[in-house]
Design a binder for this molecule. Structure first.
Ligand code: PLP
Length: 390
């Protein structure tokens, strides 16, 4: 099997599994316990918090653990709005946000909150000027993702953050895809709230965090025993937190090497497909070659649309060849309809539904890429020869 769906989830790094294991059956104490044994758990949580904070230029006490990116997105948007209503009743997000953001904004309608959805340009960039023009006296929060999960476009968050800070509006960014892949500095980027997740960076599933800049008011979404300073109650997922911390530490240490390895594979895939298959469109930020961190595309992201395919799914055909890919985000394949992201960058329904997302990770090899190109040629030829009866 060749796994090329690393934006959906990643394999847990064996080094991560190893540090987690003792926290299942050996150091299993509830960290709130009032004995030395509990201190072992608390100490491990503190260490993980430090590793995560370190990777984004934050302080440890600005990191709050949640069950993942989805919960962090909900907590950030709903919690920040609930802390500011009734004075402020407007939120701004983009058309290409993850459904966790779009649906959280929608749910705030019950409080009379209005949402402005900003369209990206044709490569998926949200222009900071558009953000500025949409801010009004009522605006509580702007939520623009750091990098898109479908087309890999890296947003100009530093400029958007500066706009928000100037107009005194909170800035949240969903950095689930960017975290651990590209450098993040919450202070330089003027970020107030930021969502991150462990399982996209070779950590375990079901654990994530929200960065909350000191002094930012967020209303909790889950109440109970007051864990995580009251922002997110519930007994801490100690093995998950330990694994997340280790995954973040490793991602930080190996970021440059991974970036180089993965972006070389991405560029090889893009070059070969554009040269060897006709009628292909590359969706997202244009290919600039290997220009390191200046690129506006995530190192592992490839997203194509194929002309002349009326029926059949490319990922399903590739699966027959033993290759795991996706047509959009893992989440949007659950519901019907073409990707909202591809449509908002201007693709027709037909082009949006003949799309293929390939997301490369650190465990992939040149052989994986070359085998996939061969299989793709075969699959596209087959699909283009299907005649549709009217
Ligand atoms: C995966 C993902 C999420 C959801 O994170 P989970 O930890 O799976 O809940 C949110 N936003 C983006 C951009 C993602 O890629």
């Amino acid at each position: 099997m060749i796994y090329l769906d690393n934006a959906a989830t990643t394999a847990v790094d064996p080094r991560v599994t190893e540090v987690m294991l003792p926290y299942f059956s050996e150091f299993y104490a509830n960290p709130s316990g009032s004995y030395g044994f509990a201190y072992k758990s608390m100490e491990a949580i503190d260490k993980a918090r430090g590793s995560i904070a370190n990777l984004i230029g934050a302080d440890s006490d600005e990191i709050f653990f949640t069950s993942g990116g989805t919960e962090s997105d909900n907590l950030a948007v709903k919690g920040a709005i609930q802390a500011l209503i009734p004075e402020k009743k407007h939120v701004i997000c983009s058309k290409i946000e993850h459904k966790a953001i779009i649906n959280s904004c929608r749910e705030m309608q019950v409080f009379g909150v209005k949402t402005t959805y900003l369209y990206p340009d044709e490569i998926g960039i949200i222009q900071p000027e558009k953000v500025m023009m949409s801010i009004n006296r009522d605006t509580a929060i702007v939520s623009i993702m750091m990098a898109n999960n479908e087309i890999g476009t890296i947003e100009p968050v530093e400029k958007i953050g500066a706009v928000c800070s100037k107009w005194n509006v909170l800035f949240h960014t969903d950095a689930v895809q960017a975290f651990g892949q590209i450098p993040i500095d919450v202070k330089r980027m003027s970020i107030d709230l930021m969502s991150i997740s462990s399982h996209k960076i070779h950590g375990p599933k079901g654990i994530g965090a929200l960065y909350v800049k000191k002094g930012t008011k967020v209303y909790h979404q889950i109440c109970g025993g007051g864990q995580e300073s009251g922002l997110r109650a519930g007994t801490e997922n100690v093995p998950g937190i330990v694994g997340f911390g280790e995954a973040a530490r490793i991602a930080g240490n190996e970021m440059n090497a991974n970036y180089r390895h993965v972006s070389v594979l991405r560029d090889r895939m893009i070059y070969r497909v554009l040269h060897e298959i006709r009628g292909v469109r590359l969706n997202g930020a244009y290919y600039y070659g290997n220009n390191g961190y200046e690129s506006r595309r995530l190192p592992g992201n490839v997203n194509f649309s194929f002309l002349g395919i009326k029926e059949g799914s490319i990922p399903m055909m590739l699966d027959e060849e033993g290759i795991c890919t996706s047509s959009g985000s893992a989440c949007s394949t659950l519901n019907e309809g073409a990707s909202h992201v591809l449509k908002s960058i201007g693709l027709s329904d037909e082009l949006a539904s003949s799309s293929l997302r390939i997301t490369i990770g650190k465990n992939n090899t040149v052989g994986d890429i070359d085998e996939t190109v061969q299989a793709l040629k075969k699959v596209i030829t087959k699909l283009r020869n299907v005649t549709v009866e009217v």
